[in-house]
Design a protein around this ligand. Structure first.
Ligand code: S3P
Length: 175
């Protein structure tokens, strides 16, 4: 069966949502754009920082499994996945069944500057005393998870959204 959906994975602030929306626009009206984080917010009925603070990360990861299953069931979809989706093999297996999995990467410096401009409070994983150190540490730990989950890897550094979209379409042969 040919896959007609794309799951974008990668660390926070690597452009999954903005690139995902641009991909959806490029692919046309048949396609939908969804975010696993948004599905989680709807299931839990509260924001991500509140889930982490009130229920803990483990509960958040359970919601994430549910969200991946829900997202993967939809055809013709561009799924922007939360940065920690790859930590659970079940999620990767679920997404692989219906999606091309594309990894977006960026340098720790770019990630730091983007996340700081959006406010670290929105991102519990790096909401620590030294967010830059935390970004480097978590990236190092997750690197092998990201690389082994991906069908294609796209470095987003110094590339326009349009160019990234074209690269993804060429690699996945969706257009
Ligand atoms: C997380 C990334 C976030 C969100 C949650 C946990 C992570 O999504 O799912 O805060 O573990 O890296 P983004 O990658 O969209 O920021």
């Amino acid at each position: 069966m040919s896959k007609d959906s794309i799951a974008l994975i990668g660390f926070m602030a690597t452009g999954k949502s903005s690139i995902g929306k641009a991909l959806k626009d490029r692919l046309g009206r048949d396609y939908k754009f969804i975010e696993t984080d948004q599905i989680i917010i709807e299931i839990a009925g509260k924001s991500i920082p509140r889930i982490f603070a009130e229920d803990g990360e483990a509960r958040f990861r359970d919601y994430e499994v549910e969200a991946c299953k829900k997202a993967a069931r939809l055809s013709k979809s561009i799924i922007s996945c939360g940065g920690g989706v790859v930590l659970n093999e079940t999620n990767v297996e679920t997404l692989k069944q219906t999606c091309h999995i594309v990894l977006l990467t960026a340098t720790p410096e770019v990630i730091y500057s983007r996340t700081m401009s959006e406010g670290k409070e929105n991102r519990p994983i790096i909401n620590k005393k030294d967010p830059f150190k935390e970004i480097e540490k978590v990236l190092r730990y997750r690197e092998s998870y990201y690389n082994s989950s991906a069908e294609f890897i796209i470095d987003t550094t110094e590339k326009s959204i349009e160019r990234i979209v074209e690269e993804i379409l060429m690699q996945t042969k969706l257009c």
